[in-house]
Design a protein around this ligand. Structure first.
Ligand SMILES: [Zn+2]
Length: 447
């Protein structure tokens, strides 16, 4: 996504009719459908439907969308769902949930069913996973902050929102950055887990503060830990698709010594039915509940000092460490029920720094204040999924507008050619005039 587009949106929003987006989030227990207006994260209408069977749930969403389309239209549609899903637009099963382990939801044409009977072929539509979509939304939100800062700096105004101040503190020049960063540190660290105060003595480096496009936001990862562990990745401003989509919740990292070796007597056996001791199998809600000897619904009652949280932090941080090494995200956003526990986030930050072993040299991963900005809770909380779906709708709308910009380019090329042609004719006429005058003078002299 292009930050300049946001600038254009901000500039034109007051004069044109506000845009409207429709979003659908498919979750394991609930499907959510919503309309946003003016901004893709400004929800003005929504409905929730329990996840039962595809035959029952999806037509309910479709009917809601059809009624909304009839009543007020919208500019685009975004659908984010649990998967695995087929994201290849050239595939005959594009828009399907493919081999989902969720009973009854295997090989379901989600997009086809939702659009049937009301949706025009031309309506821009985005489709992605329920973790790539929040990654797209978080990325877009940061881009909007950049634009806001650009606009405010042009007007020589101080940034208004704390979020804007955060981006300014990380990526732009200015002496006022220091107090912003200090403020963030004092509010976001409780001091219960972090004991390394070396960052306070260390002068801030220029790596944050050079106003340079190459340091601007390009890569972001969104991690959710609940019953499942999912990871969405945006690289170079685009959600990552390929063979399938990122499934980093199913990678393996080094086991804790206290967990023993797989299948060894007394060792901890992971809960993933596919891999056993992948991240989901070692740190998902089912694994934490198994360590605590309780049901998943009782996890909220487990105290912060239970070793199960340390184990979970180790595995989730190991996954974040792999993400840093592979995709070089400039921010990792944490969402999902398990990560609502604040002490767990602090433990993950500390473990991440340890597991990186000082190899990656950047304040984001070396300093407490950097880590507090690098590894953050989702700004949208429980709404991350539906806001993500709306962000997909916005992205689809943006992509659909690209041909217009290229035709405008062609027009400007034609204008330029006409300009050169007129210039050439003018030059020729002037030359003829001079030559003609010369001939006339010579003729006079000859007489
Ligand atoms: Zn697995």
């Amino acid at each position: 996504m292009d930050a300049r587009r946001w600038a254009g949106d901000v500039a034109s929003s007051s004069s044109s009719k506000p845009k409207r987006w429709a979003g659908v989030e498919g979750g394991g227990t609930t499907w959510v459908v919503a309309i946003a207006e003016g901004e893709p994260d400004r929800i003005v209408k929504r409905a929730d439907f329990p996840t039962t069977t595809p035959e029952e749930t999806l037509p309910q969403i479709r009917n809601w969308l059809a009624a909304e389309w009839k009543e007020g239209r919208f500019d685009s549609l975004g659908v984010a769902t649990f998967g695995p899903v087929d994201l290849d637009r050239h595939s005959p099963t594009y828009g399907h949930i493919t081999h989902s382990p969720k009973p009854g939801w295997e090989a379901v044409d989600v997009l086809g069913i939702l659009k049937k009977g009301w949706c025009p072929q031309s309506l821009p539509t985005g489709f992605d996973t329920d973790v790539n979509a929040p990654a797209v939304a978080e990325y877009a939100a940061v881009q909007r902050e950049f634009v806001q800062i650009d606009l405010e700096s042009k007007k020589q105004k101080a940034p208004k929102s704390p979020a804007g101040k955060f981006v300014r503190a990380l990526f732009t020049d200015g002496d006022d950055d220091d107090d912003v960063l200090e403020q963030e540190v004092s509010t976001s660290t409780s001091g219960d887990e972090e004991t390394d105060d070396s960052s306070k003595q260390k002068p801030k480096q220029d790596t944050y503060t050079n106003h340079n496009d190459t340091l601007r936001f390009q890569n972001l990862a969104y991690v959710t830990v609940g019953t499942g562990v999912g990871v969405g990745v945006v690289c170079g401003g685009e959600p990552v698709h390929g063979l399938s989509h990122p499934e980093a919740g199913h990678i393996r990292v080094a086991r804790l010594a206290s967990d023993g070796l797989p299948n060894e007597p007394g060792s901890f056996q992971g809960t993933c039915v596919f891999h056993g001791d992948c991240i989901e199998g070692m740190a998902g809600a089912a694994a934490i509940a198994k360590r605590c000897g309780c049901d998943m619904s009782q996890l909220a009652q487990i105290p912060d000092d239970h070793h199960a949280w340390d184990a979970a932090a180790h595995y989730i941080a190991g996954m974040c460490c792999s993400l840093v090494m592979v995709a070089s995200p400039q921010r990792i956003v944490l969402g999902g029920g398990v990560l609502q526990r604040k002490t767990l986030v602090t433990k993950i930050r500390n473990s991440l720094r340890t597991q990186l072993g000082g190899y990656v040299k950047h304040d984001f991963v070396e300093r407490n204040d950097g880590l507090n900005q690098f590894l953050v809770a989702s700004r949208h909380g429980n709404e991350a999924g539906i806001i993500g779906a709306l962000a997909l709708a916005d992205r689809a709308l943006e992509l659909s507008l690209k041909p217009f910009s290229s035709s405008r380019k062609k027009k400007s090329v034609a204008k330029r050619l006409a300009h050169y042609f007129a210039y050439g004719v003018s030059c020729a006429l002037v030359t003829l005039k001079i030559v003609n005058e010369e001939v006339r003078l010579r003729g006079k002299k000859a007489l």
